[in-house]
Every structure is written in C-alpha cells, then in structure tokens.
Design a protein around this ligand. Structure first.
Ligand SMILES: Nc1ncnc2c1ncn2[C@@H]1O[C@H](COP(=O)(O)OP(=O)(O)O)[C@@H](O)[C@H]1O
Ligand SMILES: [Mg+2]
Length: 362
C-alpha cells in the first residue's frame, strides 16, 4: 500500500520540532530505509505512520486515504521495535497468535497461520519456548512473525536488529529483504547504520534534525548527495573547506577548478575510494594533485584504508587494494590524485558535480 506523508510537523515542545515539514511518498511494495543519527526524528515519523502518535499538523495517507483520525489497529500496519517487546509470560506460539486472537479468528485458522509464520521465520519447533529461552535474533524473528500474523499491508521496523551482533544482523537483514519480496508488503526499515540502509532498501530517506534531507536510491544518496550532511553521513568521506580565488578552490594542498564566483566559501567531500595513491619517484603525470605520506593502514577485510598526511598537515583517507599495500606501506611517500569530488555551497547545498575537477598541486 502506498504511504504519503504531507507537510508533517510534530512538536513535543514549543521551541523545537521533532519533525519539521516532512513530505514524501512510499510506493506500494517498496522497502524504504529511514536513515539518520540518533534524535533525527526517525522513530517519531514511524510512530505517526503507525498511528501511535498524532502530527501537530500535516497529513498522513495510506492508500490515498487520510488516516490521521484512524486508530493504529485499523491502519493495517505491523510494527517491530528494537527492544524485543515480546510478552514474556507467553510462549512463542501465543505471542504470534496474539493479534489473531484479538481479531477473534477461530482456533484452526490460528494454528495454521502460526505454523506458516514459524516456517517463514525459520523457527518451527520452538513454538512452546518462552522469550527468555530464545537468542536475541530468534526473539526478533518472533516479533516479526507476530507483526505479520494479522496480514498487515504495511510493515514498520524500528531498528529491529540494533542490539544484535554484526554477523547475525547482516543475515537477518538479508532475510527481512527476502520476506518483504516474498509477501509483497510495503515496508519501512529504520536504522542509524548507513551500511544497513544502503544494503536493504530500495530507496533511502535521510533525516537530519527533524528534516528530510534526501530521498533516493542507495546509489543516489551515495554518489549524488543533495547536501553536505548526506555526503558526510552516508559513506566514508574526506572533507575540507576553502574559498574560491580566480576559478580555483584551494583546500590545503589540493586545488580544484570550479565554476563559482571569487570569494565563494565552499566545502568539498571526496570518498576514500576516489583517492588514488601512487609511489613518489615513479611516473608523475598531470594526475597527481599533491604529495603526502602514509601514516597508518587499517585492514578492512577486502581492502585497506590508508591515512595519508599531506603537505601542510591536512589528513585524508584513501582506499588501497591488498596488491597496492604490497608496494606502499606506512612511511611511504605517495602522490595523491582525487578522481572525483563533491562540492557544497556555504549552506551545505550540493553544487552540480560537473562543476569541480581536481587540477593538481598548489
Ligand atoms: N515523547 C517525547 N517527548 C518529548 N520529546 C520527544 C519525544 N519523543 C521524541 N522526542 C524528541 O524528538 C526528537 C526525535 O526523536 P526520535 O524520533 O526518537 O529520534 P530517532 O528515532 O531518530 O533517534 C528528539 O529530540 C527526541 O528527544
Ligand atoms: Mg529511534
């Protein structure tokens, strides 16, 4: 079912708005990730959609109908929260059956539906256990089955795996994606973990201080961030500031050619994966923008991150393949070439990316 949020404001106090004029639309069958730092308004927004809270102003529509006055149990939404929130004195079976009993379904129907869901969440055989006899991951799968039992058309998940180990969390998120695809439900997945949002969602909605910064595909928010905030929050980022002088922006020892008036104060962001390092003394084409020294290497599993100190003291990060690290180690002098750079005006709004080219050493 489609969900529309129109000019929604939610104030808890007179001074600040937890949500400030938020407008967007989720299409039927989409999986949207809400991504933002703690306190940015993700849970508030989710609760408004679920009907657990009311907007101060603005409208929420589900399948085109305004639902501001519709109570949660009649909105057709299933919700899973971070803290397992299972009924502790009830078995797995009874937890999952809870919503069906509220709907006054008959016994045979409930039995069959609970068993189907147990299979879906891969917990068959554990129906007689109590919540304290489950691992964190299992408990969250029960919470998911319970939310899905009444066949909601919208599934809302608020940091469902935040308290679970990285490896299991990764498996669980893949598996939520699979369930979402199988049952064709419209879903919202809240997380403060950018990797999780980029990996699971069709589109990512980035929040900052109660405002929607950007709604786009994972590729869009990563490669074409609309704001400095999004560029820094999504993905690894090197950043710096400078002032335009005669068509050039000087950031430490790096110089970028820009199509902006002299005196403009701009910010730049470039990804470690867009920084190329080459040994000094080797070939030195026009593509070297500055020189520096590798001061630290961090192993990241399939690649390394090099901390590089440039002339003048500015530090940046660059990604290195294991092959490259064989030739370049801590203490190596390197040439630096920035392949791609994002630029932002003094208010943090993105300038067109074609605008900037790294042009060589100062
Ligand atoms: N019931 C409430 N009363 C007062 N302030 C609240 C309440 N709920 C949330 N807030 C405030 O609203 C802002 C957004 O909170 P929240 O939506 O929980 O953020 P997130 O889920 O992104 O961490 C925060 O500043 C928080 O302190
Ligand atoms: Mg929250």
């Amino acid at each position: 079912m489609s969900i529309e949020v129109r000019q929604v404001v939610r104030r808890f106090t007179a001074e600040t708005a937890a949500l400030n004029d938020v407008t967007f639309r989720v299409e039927e069958g989409e999986l949207i990730g809400f991504l933002g730092p703690s306190g940015s308004g993700k849970t508030t927004l989710l609760r408004l959609i679920a009907g657990l809270d009311q907007p101060t102003s603005g409208e929420i529509r589900i399948r085109g109908q305004v639902v501001n006055q519709v109570p949660p149990q009649r909105r057709g939404v299933g919700v899973v929260f971070q803290n397992y929130a299972l009924f502790r004195h009830m078995t797995v079976f009874d937890n999952i059956a809870f919503g069906l009993r509220v709907q006054k379904r008959d016994k045979a129907f409930i039995r069959e539906r609970v068993h189907t869901l147990l299979e879906l969440v891969r917990l068959s055989g554990l129906e007689s256990r109590y919540p304290h006899q489950l691992s964190g991951g299992q408990a969250q799968r029960v919470a998911l089955a319970r939310a899905l039992a009444p066949e909601p058309s919208v599934l809302l998940l608020d940091e469902p795996f935040a308290a679970i180990d990285t490896k299991i969390r990764r498996e669980l998120r893949k598996w939520v994606r699979k369930i979402h695809d199988e049952i064709g439900i419209t879903s919202i997945f809240v997380t403060h973990d950018q990797e999780e949002a980029l990996e699971i969602a069709d589109r990512v909605l980035v929040m900052n201080q109660g405002r929607l910064e950007q709604l786009g595909t994972p590729e869009e928010v990563y490669h074409q961030p609309k704001s400095l905030f999004v560029a820094n929050f999504v993905g690894e980022a090197n950043h710096g500031q400078g002032t335009v002088e005669r068509g050039k922006l000087v950031v430490g020892p790096l110089m970028f050619s820009v199509d902006q008036a002299d005196g403009a104060k701009l910010s730049v962001v470039f990804r470690p994966s867009d920084v190329q390092l080459s040994p000094v003394g080797g070939e030195r084409g026009n593509s070297v923008n500055a020189e520096g020294e590798i001061i630290h290497l961090t192993y990241k599993g399939t690649y390394y991150t090099a901390d590089v100190r440039l002339q003048g003291g500015m530090q940046i990060q660059a990604s290195l393949s294991p092959d490259q690290t064989a030739a370049l180690g801590v203490g190596s002098r390197v040439g630096i070439h920035v392949k791609r750079v994002l630029m932002f005006d003094s208010e943090g709004r993105a300038l067109p990316t074609e605008n900037a080219v790294a042009v060589g050493a100062v």
